[in-house]
Design a protein around this ligand. Structure first.
Ligand code: SF4
Ligand code: SF4
Length: 321
């Protein structure tokens, strides 16, 4: 099996982001299967044992030994937050149902609710609710405690979502994670929420006790942007990668946040060096119509169609890496 470090050094890393908060195990098994069949070599999942088993099952079905990363996050980082509906304020207009990319919102007994396991915290529902009936919730567990039950499992990377201006909290959690897990770590930062100077300062602090190239930096340009396939969506992550190139930090760089089939092409055209790409919303969106069926694994035509679109995406991305 090709190690993750080797893949990164060869600048051929294709990572599928299943969603740091996505606990929908049926969807995860299908996503991992489809994208492993398409040649993706890295999978990013929520740090829960049942989710890890689902991802491993997806890899087994594809006969793949691709790498797995588990994601943990600081309180209030959007990637690990969920939407909750306040039924005192909700007027059942159903507008939020139509924008949820995960089909996580449902109506039962005339009450609108969010399926916590399906919600990935994109907050598109919150943006459209005109009655302020949706709030964000983070059932906070310290990141290292999320990791404890998975330490003895076969994982290839741990990703830390740490978009916050609370430097001490970030550093404290970062070193707790480092002391627990000796393999490759990944940092996911959202440039749209933090200033450039702060990001570089924070990263230099976090990298102080790390060997060169023992950390992946996932440069989240426009997180959970909805999966549009245009240059505008992916521009921010390329600009973020350029910032890291210019700072000459000894990290592997993965484009993410607004990534789509044009991301590596834009990076190449802008002469921005990256080690690969992490892709979530867009990748999930293009296979959604096929994997939504309960009998997906029994239906060869659905599998074939899903793998074909995933392969096309992989080829578009690899062409410019
Ligand atoms: S958009 Fe707001 S008011 Fe409408 S169904 Fe959703 S939560 Fe309720
Ligand atoms: S729109 Fe996003 S935040 Fe809202 S319920 Fe759906 S997945 Fe969760």
């Amino acid at each position: 099996m090709e190690t993750l470090k080797h893949i990164l050094e060869n600048k051929k890393c294709l990572k599928l982001i299943c969603g740091a908060g996505n606990e929908n195990i049926k969807e995860i098994e299908k996503l991992v299967y489809v994208y492993a069949m398409a040649g993706f070599n890295f999978f990013d999942i929520c740090a829960k044992k049942d989710v890890l088993i689902a991802a491993e099952n997806g890899l087994k079905r594809a006969d793949s030994q691709a790498n797995i990363c588990v994601s943990i996050g600081l309180q209030n980082d959007v990637h690990v937050s969920k939407a909750v509906i306040n039924n005192q304020k909700c007027i059942n207009c159903n507008i939020c149902l139509s924008v949820c990319p995960q089909n996580a919102i449902y109506i039962e007994d005339n009450k609108c609710s969010v399926d916590e396991k399906k919600c990935i915290g994109c907050f598109k529902c919150l943006d459209v609710c005109q009655n302020s009936a949706i709030i964000t919730e983070h059932k906070y567990k310290a990141p290292h405690t999320m990791l404890l039950p998975l330490i003895s499992e076969k994982i290839d990377c741990v990703e830390f979502h740490c978009t916050s201006d609370k430097t001490n909290e970030i550093i404290d959690n970062w070193y707790k994670i480092r002391s627990l897990y000796k393999g490759l770590l990944s940092i996911c930062l959202d440039r749209s929420k933090l200033g450039d100077d702060y990001i570089i300062y924070m990263l230099k602090e976090m990298l102080k006790k790390s060997e060169p190239y023992s950390v992946i930096l996932q440069v989240d340009g426009k997180p959970m942007s909805g999966g549009e396939n245009n240059y505008n969506s992916t521009l921010q992550t390329v600009a973020f990668a350029k910032l890291i190139n210019d700072a000459k930090l000894p990290v592997y760089i993965l484009l993410s946040g607004g990534t789509n089939s044009l991301s590596t092409k834009l990076a190449k055209e802008c002469e921005v060096n990256v080690n690969g790409v992490a892709i979530g919303s867009y990748a999930r969106k293009i296979v959604k119509d096929y994997i939504q069926y309960d009998n997906f694994f029994e239906n060869d035509l659905l599998k074939k169609k899903a793998i074909a679109v995933a392969k096309e995406l992989a080829q578009d991305l690899l062409k410019y890496l």
